[in-house]
Write a protein that binds this ligand. Sequence first.
Ligand code: F0G
Length: 360
Amino acid sequence: MDGGKKFLWQGVIRHYREYLPIKKDDCIVTLLEGNTPLIPSRRLAAEIGKNTEIFFKFEGLNPTGSFKDRGMTVAISRAKEEGASAVICASTGNTSASAAAYAARAGMKAIVLIPEGKIALGKLSQAMMHGALVVQLEGNFDEALEIVRALGEKYKVEIVNSINPYRIEGQKTASFEICDVLGQPPDQHFLPVGNAGNITAYWKGYKEYNAKGKTKSLPHMNGFQAEGSAPIVRGYPIKNPETLATAIRIGNPASWKSAEAARDESEGVIDMVSDDEIVKAYKYLGRNVGIFCEPASAASVAGLFKMKEKGARFDGQKIVCTLTGHGLKDPDNAIKFSEPTLKLPAKIDTVVNALQLEKR
Ligand code: F0G
């Protein structure tokens, strides 16, 4: 081990300072995000190929339960450097939870616009608990983002959506961590695509490490949208996007072009998966891997299954799937797609009968 030497994780800005645009140390707003585990799964690897290795970058273990914290620490720290007192975002839930938490930490006001009735319960509770001003908009994410853009232009409020370049800067640190742990990038990287900021950020991170000479290869970037919300795959904006994976219920992604660039430069794919395929992967992860992620996160694994079914070969390759958010964010879907619980009277005989355990 390290001979008893203490290793203190200080968050992504301090750890990757030379790659990030934050200058003033006293303006760093952090909840010690990042340093999330890269969890291997031999079981899935054996299903996918011969001598294949698979790792899950479990971003649900960030302070607010999603990858958004990586970008938010940079965006809010930068807003603090610039003397901002209020931030605003449109969100399908995770960005609003993260913005609310980091704004609370910084002593700033947070305003979040979310599509009414279309965000997971845990995410709504987070934004409320952190004291954000929560606006439930009678519209979808794309409409909310349009309003946020207009407000940010005219009023004294910093936009902390991923159209803010500092969000992308922070999110690229996930690639750095993967390379630091594996020694090199994986051969294949799978992740869900919504507003397309994350695929943009990962690709930027991989390329920066490569340009610095820290790594010698680059992965293929494989992004997956939900079938009912797949504008990049279809090639046109979707007016009324639908999917049970509400985190990626987006019809006109802000980082559309840079997601296509990541796909093309890396010789990867952007494809779509159905809600049924997402649920299948979501349950597989819970039951066979022991990781509880939210439905949108499972789109990465659904995409891997789909590519394998279509005949792609991954023998001998290293694969990383990003699981973007924690399953506890969305208790309604977890319960909906699980076996019902047993309800029994508090009587030993009835319990014994129902459980059918073997005698010692
Ligand atoms: N997975 C989860 C859990 C998300 O919350 C998001 C996006 C994505 C994947 C897709 O990432 O947008 O960078 O392509 N959530 C945003 C939000 C839109 O408002 O929380 P992306």
